[in-house]
Design a binder for this molecule. Sequence first.
Ligand code: PHE
Ligand code: NA
Length: 509
Amino acid sequence: ISGERETWATRIGLILSMAGNAVGLGNFWRFPRLLAGNGGGAFMIPYFAALLLLGIPLMWVEWATGRYGGKYGHGTLGPTFYLMARESVKPRTAIVFGIIGGMLAFAVTTLLNSYYIHVIGWTAAYAIYSATGAYYGVDTVQFFNNHIGNTGMVMATWAIPMILLFIAAYRGVSKGIELFNKIMMPLLYLFAVILAVKSVTTGAPVRPDWSSWAGLEYSWKPDFGVLMQNFWVISLAAAGQIFFTLSLGMGIIQNYASYVKKDDDIALAALTTASLNEVAEVVLGGTIAIPIAYAYLGPSVVKQGSLGLSFMALPNVFTSLGEAGRVFGVLWFLLLFFAGWTSAIAMYNYLVALLEEDLGVKRKVAAVVVFIVYLLLGLPVALDPSLTYFGELDNWVGSYLLVLLGLFDVIVAVYLFKPGNLWRELHNGALIRVPEVFKYILMTLTPAYILILLVGTTIDYYKSGVFAQSDPLIVGARVAILIALLIGAIETYYGIKRKYARELAENRK
Ligand code: PHE
Ligand code: NA
């Protein structure tokens, strides 16, 4: 049991790093597109329900889980879940829960990041396009599609975040991340505020009935008809987005929390970072892309909720500013680039920790291995301009798997670890007391909500023939998920066995 793990240097550094982990393209790229594509205001209802019943309570669970694992030298989910489950069951049963957690976290950190890094690449491309003025005077929807179809440019701009991630992981990142986030995060907020103001003050430059104001109304006025028609799918998408944006259900909150000193506050820190993220998402992310898209591209483009929505919308604002817009455009896309990058590094770091701590691989070797994994997994995303493979992955990994891991958060870290132990762990050194009611929410409403969502959507998918699709890109994405789960399970099994072979052999309680 190693007591010599690295820890975060300062409290503000920890909070900003956790916020840097959480605040990313999920807020400015994924949230608006889901909101737009799922009926606007109607999406907000299941979104806020999920925030309250799943997001915030699980945030506390994952922070507590992570710090607990860190005490035993673990920054990955498999061994941490194993140790927690052992509070209630024999080692040989506990290892099953370890494997489930480790396998899901592995599949998410490999596959989700494989397309996330691509979107970071898009921001790099758009920073360049802003500098050269490439999108001035052209149809920005067409421009985006051309970009995606331009394989050379897509690959070249994907290489930028890939290489920067590799260098950071190879050299060891923790101190760098802290310093970097302290500068980058405040700038991002400042800029987003400016853009949000600019967005709502844009009139109706194209057609009188297309205005940013109408876009804002679309985002907030619930249309119950849409919600009722696609109840399960929209509800799961909303819950999935809560997980995605708060970085829950991935193993990476636990990983960052594993570097918190054992008597430092986590209760308030978890709440603070969740709040910082939600402001960036609902207030800023929700006010930028959709109103702009509504004003310049019109409601029918908005309602498609395309993966490229933000990239189709934003250039119009910069263009409207004339020459100054080029500078603004570069700055904004660079900020997005870094916001995405500080999230992607958290996933990268998870896999490096996994190779290092679980399997005993040297850090530099681990950094190379992870680079190769992301390279291979990223290729099908880069080479498919239809974005079918990408969309399918995002749909399953970004919604389904994250939420499923949330269910195991509850089973393992609340039930098997026992609610009393969890509450004690959470309040060790805490600066606030979490209201008891959340303990009961965690034991009842949270798992029930997730179960109902997963069952409801699965039945819905089954009925509408989702499982019968035969497009090779769609099937390919599903096969990739299954393979990642399998490899994750095997890896976790060996990782736990390596450390706990003795007690597994004895199999006592
Ligand atoms: N919370 C991140 C976001 O909103 C999601 C994420 C984290 C994605 C880490 C990839 C890696 O963008
Ligand atoms: Na986020």
